[in-house]
Design a protein around this ligand. Structure first.
Ligand SMILES: [Zn+2]
Length: 121
């Protein structure tokens, strides 16, 4: 599944449902939209303890996702890189089935936001 990115002429953009605001729109709502789809591909590298994934944009690795001891982290672009997202799912060493998609979508959105900020997407 791809992440919907909505970019506004002012520099505001949505990655998934998260709005990243430009300076002019830190308080008031922006107007006007342009939409594109960015595909982040996840490859599961371990099913549990930890549940982990490598993330790719095209052929390039852009993330390492890991759920261990109830702590979900997304590092960019690989292990030991910048921490883009950290959270506490219900699952301890693997996601509960009803929460996996939501967390993986959040991870993809965080990666896409970083790629856009870096001018790479
Ligand atoms: Zn704006």
């Amino acid at each position: 599944m791809s992440v919907s990115v909505v970019t506004l002429p002012c520099g505001c953009f949505f990655a998934g449902r998260d709005l990243h605001r430009c300076e002019a729109h830190e308080e008031k709502e922006p107007e006007g939209i342009e939409t594109k789809e960015i595909e982040i591909r996840l490859e599961k590298t371990c099913s549990a303890y930890p549940e982990s994934y490598d993330a790719f944009f095209g052929t390039e690795q852009v993330g390492y996702l890991r759920l261990r001891w109830g702590d979900f982290t997304v590092e960019f672009p690989d292990v030991g890189g910048d921490l883009l997202l950290e959270g506490s799912p219900n699952g301890f060493g693997a996601f509960d089935d009803d929460e996996r998609e939501e967390w993986l979508d959040k991870a993809k959105a965080a990666i896409v936001a970083r790629l856009i900020k870096d001018g790479r997407a």
